[in-house]
Design a protein around this ligand. Structure first.
Ligand code: PMP
Length: 405
């Protein structure tokens, strides 16, 4: 399949609609992506033809559903280039994946006086679970800052690391600044001190080819809905060496080996971390979304999105009164900005009236707001189904709103 955005638009019929009497422009892709027809159809077909609870039935549909679910695990394993399929755990999303590690890893490895490092640009999902773990275990959270241009102050990492550092948790790509962090280098530094690294891949998987073995990360988390798949499904990759040592996260069916009232023994990986009936329909939908983007090619997607980013940034710069948050030379198609003194909520509402969806507010990243001393931002985020014409209309709309104020 060659990359032609006009063909691609046909895969996303949801984009072909009017909002407030104007063709809808969806620039809120960092919050959630739209699903292509193949994914919607896959879920629909599957729900019409095959359904039974997995792993515990000997009948036809139980076996077929189990096979489809486990096939989705294989697709994810290939996609992340994990060594073993057992290292792929299905969760409800990035948030749950991080909580799983923060709860389970910390229960086993974090003690009073220990330290955890996160960065200043994290989404709340990669701050709060660690903060909660620190409170439970009387440990300390340390923060690697970023510079005003949106680049991490990687040089300071060594000075934050101590003999008490137990884990480092970092976003591959920031959801506000769009910065692609040098995680391979950061993982190398952490590993020199025997510190494992969790990578929050929520914003990187839709744009960057991931090879967890090459990165050598210890954990990698992402969500299905940001990668053209369904909501309610996500992934945690973990190196077997860690997952084997970590206690289960949730207790219940599926994650057990044998239960007696005196003692319960636990199932093998990955089931040890998949308590209860999993969202198998979601996993199957995610598998289909991954196959879809693999056909298009993440390199093609990234190259086209980069064109959108450059085109939009250049045009926005031409508007007077434009301030950007996050100007790293290495960033994905995310632009956070402030236009004149127009409050982001007003700007977002007016853009919506002109048929354009952007995100406004604190973007689940209060520390980033605090860094720039603002209470809110406006974020436009692009996907490979967006077009240059849409950016032109976005710019015209910004000019129109600017004139109103
Ligand atoms: N991390 C980052 C960087 C994100 O952008 C998001 C979603 N905005 C999350 C974590 C949380 O993802 P989810 O809500 O799908 O669990």
């Amino acid at each position: 399949m060659t990359f032609n955005y006009k063909d691609i638009r046909k895969d996303f019929p949801i984009l072909d609609q009017k909002v407030n009497n104007r063709p809808w422009i969806y620039f809120d892709n960092a919050a959630t992506s739209q699903r292509p027809l193949v994914v919607v159809e896959k879920i629909h077909e599957f729900s019409l033809q095959t359904n039974a609870n997995i792993h515990r039935g000997t009948h036809f549909h139980a076996i077929k559903t189990t096979e489809a679910y486990e096939n989705a695990r294989d697709i994810v394993k290939e996609f992340l280039h994990a060594k073993e399929r057992e290292e792929i755990i299905f969760t409800h999303g990035t948030t749950e994946s991080i909580n799983l590690v923060a709860r389970s890893f910390c229960e086993r490895f974090l003690s009073e006086g220990d330290e955890i490092i996160v960065t200043e640009m994290e989404h709340h999902a990669n701050i709060v679970p660690w903060q909660m773990a620190c409170e439970r275990h009387h440990a300390k959270l340390k923060v690697l800052p970023f510079a005003d241009n949106g680049n991490l102050e990687t040089d300071l990492l060594e000075s934050l690391i101590s003999s008490r550092t137990k884990i480092l948790a970092i976003a591959h790509v920031s959801n506000t600044l769009g910065t692609v962090n040098p995680i391979k280098e950061i993982i190398r530094i952490a590993h020199n001190h025997n510190i494992p690294v969790l990578v929050d891949g929520a914003q990187s998987v839709p744009h960057i080819t991931i090879d967890v073995q090459d990165l050598d990360c210890d954990f990698f988390a992402f969500s299905g809905h940001k990668i053209y798949g369904p909501t309610g499904i996500g992934v945690l990759y973990g190196k077997r060496a860690w997952l084997d040592k970590m206690p289960p996260f949730l207790g219940g069916g599926e994650m057990i080996d044998k239960v007696t009232f005196e003692k319960t023994t636990f199932n093998e990986l990955p089931h040890k971390f998949e308590a209860g009936t999993p969202h198998y329909v979601g996993a199957i939908g995610l598998g289909s979304a991954i196959e879809y983007i693999r056909k298009i090619g993440l390199e093609n997607i990234a190259a086209y999105e980069h064109q959108l980013l450059t085109y939009a940034s250049d045009k926005m710069k031409e508007l007077g009164g434009m301030k950007f948050f996050g100007e790293s030379p290495n960033k994905t198609g995310v632009i956070c900005f402030q236009l004149d003194q127009i409050h982001p909520f007003d700007l977002g509402t007016l853009l919506d009236q002109l048929g354009i969806a952007v995100r406004t507010g604190r973007l689940c990243a209060d520390p980033v707001m605090d860094h720039y001393e603002v209470t809110a931002m406006t974020r436009a985020s692009f996907s490979f189904y967006n077009t240059m014409e849409e950016i032109d209309r976005f710019i015209d709309s910004l000019i129109r709103i600017q004139k109103m104020f």
